[in-house]
Write a protein that binds this ligand. Sequence first.
Ligand code: ADP
Ligand code: MG
Length: 682
Amino acid sequence: MPSLYEIPIENLRGIGEKRAKLFKKININSVGDLIRYYPRTYENWSDVTQISDLPNLSHNEAISIKAEVTSPVNNSILSGGRIMSKLNVSDETGAIELVFFNNRYISSMLKYGETYYFYGKVSKSRFFYQMISPEFAPEAKAVEINPVYNLTAGLTNRIVISAVKEALLLLPQKIKETLPDFVLSKYKLCSLDFAIRNIHFPSNMNVMESAQHRLAFEELLSLHLGMYILKNSVKEKTPVFMPFDYTSEFISTLPYTLTLAQKRAIADCINDMKNKTSPMNRLIQGDVGSGKTVVCAAVCYNCVKNGYQAAFMAPTEILAQQHFETFSKMFKDFDVKIEVLTGSMTAKEKKLSRLRIASGEADIIIGTHALISESTVFSNLGCAITDEQHRFGVDQRSKLQSKGRLPHVLVLSATPIPRTLGLIIYGDLDITCIDEMPPNRQEVKTVCIDSLKRDLAYEFIKQQLDMGRQCYIVCPLVEEGELDLKSANDYAAELMLGILKDYPIGILHGKMKASDKDKVMHDFSAGEISILVSTTVIEVGVDVKNATVIMIENAERFGLSQLHQLRGRVGRGDYKSYCILLSDNKSDQSVRRLSVMQRTTNGFEIADEDLHMRGVGDFFGNRQHGLPNLTIANLSDMDTVYQSRCAAADILKISPDLSDKSLSMLKSQTMRLFSDRISAMN
Ligand code: ADP
Ligand code: MG
């Protein structure tokens, strides 16, 4: 029998060329695709609401009632010729009116004195409750739980339901199992046959949940396996050769002692570059302020001394510029040429910079996306480093990599994520955690206030400024239609009238030209600006030790991890620092979220909460994290993520390349999930 993925959807009864096209629009090409097209949700008709309970329902919720027809159907003609049919139905607790439009068969379909299930949204007219055009089925014939699929124009839920029914008829008596027996029993999973039939047409919600669990488990298992295979697929030998370790001569010149965690991170990298024939592929994860930059500098130095160039790519101009300055200082007594290349430089500057990069005159090259533009050519790139990797797409990272011949790759992240999730998302990277802060860091004191206390906050800021410190004020980006939110410009204008009027204020927002942003940032670093009013463009990486207060307006609008990043802009030097979260939103959720910020400064804990409250999609924003699209699994379901990982380990122990016969179905499943990333395999 051919694989279900080889049977075209047209083979099903009721699906001609035209419908097949519609199915293809939602990526259903084969019978296999169709049976794996899981419902988005279910209409649970068995969960009957009593009519007397209707006033207690939340608005706009579709519900089901079970009621008897207690009036004849009353048809009337509306202007324009439309027919409106009304009738009453009742259960033991009350009556409501049903309204249908343009359905001339209603009176023959709904019989006086008989009982039906009705499913739909209830609205309240002046005196009584109504259901407009509900779906319905006779009591005896009703299927109680109905799947609801994602659709496309022209394709109705009914069509998908009958296609899935046809597909299930076509299947062999029992759908072939993808998971090995021992996995099914060890992790208490239902069979694939049971799962597929019950994910579409469950007889009750319990079986639906067990089907869903099994399918999610299987999908996550494939994800783990695929990531493992990606990571271990035969790596090409790199021609980059860095046999010598120059770390100690670099770190002996630093004005501070590295933390153990920093030393370990450097050693991990050097070890990767020194001993392995395949290129380093490592992620360094460390909370804001943990000192990742100097680790990179050490790696770069080592790379240069071994005779190669190192590239360091940052997501913003400001950050690239700052890294350039930091590196220039760190390497001022070394014979190492630091180069910077960013989009805001003049055409001439860029051209000259690119010449120095191509000739090999530049040793360490720091820059923005400009580094990966086509016209940037490296002479001999040995190591490609990406800072704040969550700001870049996977392909941008690999573009930087492709600027050399299999260079070593290092990525940095300050977005702490729970370990299990990290293992998936960064499954193809080795991970080092910098889990220690430089000594003498003081915890940033965090307070949440509402706008009644705004003046007190300004007063406090004034005291800090008078002590010679500096301050950030963050206001959210203005989007159209959000006039009540203050834009950076208006905000600053207002400040200039109040008690902070005597202090130099700078403004930073996303719409500014890069060179203007740089100038403002530079002036702030140099202490010429005391108050920096900004949108979230300061979010990543910026390091000004003299800044001790950050005040964040509309704090409830930010994700916790983002607030954590923003808070990380202060407390970077020896001064006690403060974070003021301003919010007038008094909802439980908002209060709870902001209290997390007060309770802890641990980035991992905050990320956990964030993930918990917002789910993975929101957590990573729209940025491409390079994972395959999941159809049913949810990455914030940590238990299943964890269990499936254990199962993956069990399986790989038996057959590291999934070549065992019992794994062939699972293997093709994994390949399908990763179809765009694993191509050369199988
Ligand atoms: P991040 O990990 O957020 O990128 P940075 O690399 O910007 O952090 O470092 C934050 C600050 O800590 C910088 O000002 C840096 O000079 C300082 N720093 C880094 N390592 C140490 C250390 N071991 N001891 C003291 N200060 C350090
Ligand atoms: Mg950084």
